[in-house]
Design a protein around this ligand. Structure first.
Ligand SMILES: C[C@@](CO)(OP(=O)(O)O)[C@H](O)COP(=O)(O)OP(=O)(O)OC[C@H]1O[C@@H](n2ccc(N)nc2=O)[C@H](O)[C@@H]1O
Ligand SMILES: Nc1ncnc2c1ncn2[C@@H]1O[C@H](COP(=O)(O)OP(=O)(O)O)[C@@H](O)[C@H]1O
Length: 286
């Protein structure tokens, strides 16, 4: 087969703790990545007669060579010496800079697709290590399991969370991850807790929060308004550094009901949790 149509799912950060800062400025985190059944679709065709990498449609916000999909393909060519090329078509549904990991997920889907189509036979461990060079959130999408994460997001432990539905709102602003991490008001001293305590032990109540939320609410009034609005229906939270906010709901029917009430000014969707990534299910990766 020389072509594939593959999902690039979104993630939510069900909790995000900032526990310190490394000498290179990057922050030490503890987070719980929840994969969703909603995301982008990437069409990939392998080219045997040329080593060109191209992507359509062009994304006006990003130069094609900077696109994480193209960078993922180039990285694989460099690391393996592969002389094949690829043509990508992206159906984008996830907002950029939304905290849903769309760009990282696109990159992970490109890595797994080309590993398959170019018959590179790299294992998941190697692909996750390569993915980390593209972004902190790429490894979780390469591994394809809802996971507890530490470090900058690269030390992952797969977890099974109860099935849940979510309403996700994009409040129409783009949040700069670098600006949030650079804010003087950001607290960076959350205690490191054990995964077990965070999930169902002593720290469970206090742990399910996002340390970026206070700074993001103050910098972006629209995010603040969306969180307050969604908070009427449950434990609304910010995902990553935003801008999206989400609320877990007990059933699809309840998610449809809340979605129907979202003010017209905001884009929103409903999604179901996934323990295994739809990408891995599609590729038949165990
Ligand atoms: C914090 C998270 C949680 O999922 O936020 P979201 O991006 O999803 O909102 C991510 O780990 C983000 O990962 P990612 O979006 O890949 O970040 P990168 O491109 O690697 O980094 C963007 C910038 O954010 C800062 N940064 C990022 C991650 C980190 N652990 N510490 C940081 O200080 C750095 O200034 C970096 O230059
Ligand atoms: N294919 C892509 N899709 C989205 N963003 C991309 C892509 N390639 C590069 N980027 C860059 O990555 C940044 C982060 O995008 P994204 O992963 O969608 O958001 P977040 O990290 O907030 O979850 C974007 O602002 C954009 O500059």
């Amino acid at each position: 087969m020389t072509s594939l149509s593959l999902p690039a799912p979104a993630k939510l950060n069900r909790l995000l703790r900032i526990c310190g800062r490394r000498a290179n400025g990057y922050h030490e985190l503890q987070t719980l990545f929840q994969l969703l059944d909603h995301g982008d679709t990437l069409y990939v065709t392998a080219l045997t007669h040329s080593n060109d990498i191209d992507l359509a449609p062009a994304m006006p916000e990003i130069a094609t060579e900077d696109n994480l999909i193209v960078r993922a393909a180039r990285l694989l060519q460099q690391e393996t010496g592969c002389r094949a090329g690829a043509r990508f078509k992206l159906e984008k549904r996830l907002p950029m800079g939304g905290g849903l990991g769309g760009g990282s997920s696109n990159a992970a889907t490109a890595l797994l697709a080309l590993n398959h189509l170019w018959e590179l036979k790299l294992d998941i461990e190697t692909l996750a290590t390569l993915g980390l060079r593209l972004g902190a959130d790429v490894p979780v999408f390469v591994r394809g399991h809802t996971a507890w994460a530490e470090g900058v997001g690269e030390r992952l432990v797969p977890v099974d969370l109860p099935n849940s539905w979510f309403v996700v709102i994009h409040p129409g602003v783009a949040v700069s991850t670098a600006a949030v991490f650079g804010d003087d008001g950001l607290t960076r001293d959350s205690a490191i807790i054990s995964m077990r305590d965070a999930l169902d032990g002593a720290d469970a109540d206090a742990a399910w929060r996002n340390d970026c939320e206070r700074v993001v609410r103050a910098r972006y009034p629209e995010v603040d308004r969306a969180l307050t609005w969604l908070g009427q229906y449950g434990a609304a939270m910010l995902t990553g550094t935003g801008a999206c906010v989400f609320c877990p709901l007990e059933s699809e029917a309840r998610a449809i009901e809340v979605l129907g009430r979202v003010p017209d000014e905001w884009h929103a969707f409903k999604a179901q949790s996934c323990t295994r990534s739809p990408l891995h299910q599609h590729l038949g990766i165990a």
